[in-house]
Write a protein of this length. Sequence first.
Length: 390
Amino acid sequence: MEKFRGVDYYGIEDLLSEEERMVRDAIRDWVEVEFLPLVTQHHRAGTFPVELIPKLGELGVFGATLKGYGCAGLNSVAYGLIMQELERGDSGLRSCASVQSGLVMYPIYAYGSEAQKEAWLPRLARGEKVGCFGLTEPDHGSDPGGMKTRARRRGDAYVLSGTKLWITNGSIADVAVVWAKEDDGEIYGYLVEKGTPGYSTLDISGKFSMRASITSELSLQDCQIPLENKLPDVKGLKGPLGCLAQARYGIAWGAVGAAMACYDWALQYAQQRIQFGKPIASFQLVQQKLVWMITEITKAQLLALQLGRLKDQGRARPQQVSMAKMNNVHIALETARMARDIMGAAGIVDEHPVIRHMINLETVKTYEGTHDIHTLIIGRDITGTDAFGV
Ligand code: TGC
Ligand code: FAD
């Protein structure tokens, strides 16, 4: 196939500033040259190219919207375009960047002490240090409010006990943002450093999806951390949910990148593949699929872009973020499935990126709030009635 040609049916390019386009093109080129040649081998091996993390730091990817502390201070649309281009490479690459940015740097920036910010943000921005975010537990996924992990004050320390599961970057993280309940029943955030006695990680094996991404269990057994490792400026579920709003925003853009990759690949394939003496792109049923894909991608691009503009004006509501995450991941997964179908047998091998995107997107549909949880968040917003079953 030729180099990626970009997908812009509606002249959305004209709605971007010069800086936004430059940022996108820099990441697009980097993904093309530095990442795509490596991804198949990592996907097969179930590994992540950790050596690229400092390079992502050099590119200004981590904490790109934050101001100061060595961060790029970009607007939300430029950040979204970065996520789009990373996920055009692989959802695992975007995951690494969204966890570091939205789920680790953001809570330190928004809820942390000045000392915590100085200690962590510049090193995380450079990719010298890696972070992870521990919210989900074995018995509490969609309902993190029921978490069992506890933090108890003992003298000059907090003692953390519990298990966090399905944690991206877990075993490579130098610092984990762990959410736990204190005796007052409230949720607080804590910074747990690698090597702290009582803290250990175990990678999850056997994944068919997100293979080029590290996913771990975090175990906290009477893990003692200094009092100053608690995030001082947040209390309650709104702490982790505030971080999720950042990362879900990035996913809304990232999913568009995966969809664009699948559409572009399937279109080129359909124009070259001859059956019944004609390119399969000339058949009505194949065209119908390609038209569905580009129409949905165009709508998803506009949804993400307007959400970014609202975010930059401070007007984006979490429920609007839910809509973009829910819709864009849904259409990306359907696009990947249709692209796989158009490619026939060739669609099942990793010589082509489509099957990899397709199985990755199964995870993306589930994490950061499942498709159905986002449906319920929007349902509650428009009807005023909670349908979570509690
Ligand atoms: P609810 O009453 O809705 O909210 C509790 C408090 O939080 C506030 N809030 C938010 N604040 C900021 N941003 C948001 N998105 C917010 N959503 C809610 C809310 O205003 C309230 O504040 P206050 O002051 O009144 O206390 O709480 P609920 O218990 O009804 O929530 C239910 C539900 C289902 C919506 C929530 O628990 C949820 O979103 N569940 C899904 C869990 C989830 O998304 N987990 C993700 C784990 S991390 C992950 O998957 C990383 S993948 C990383 C990668 O590799 O990319
Ligand atoms: P469950 O909550 O058990 O849901 C199972 C099904 O029930 C879903 O279809 C769901 O929609 C449905 N359901 C649940 N409640 C309701 C309801 N009230 N009404 C209707 N349907 C409902 N978490 C982290 O904290 N940090 C990470 O870095 C992280 N990375 C991840 C990486 C990967 C590869 C994966 C797969 C997951 C990751 N997660 C992470 C966890 C992820 O956020 C959870 O998997 C997700 O929130 C769903 O929780 P669950 O898997 O326990 O599913």
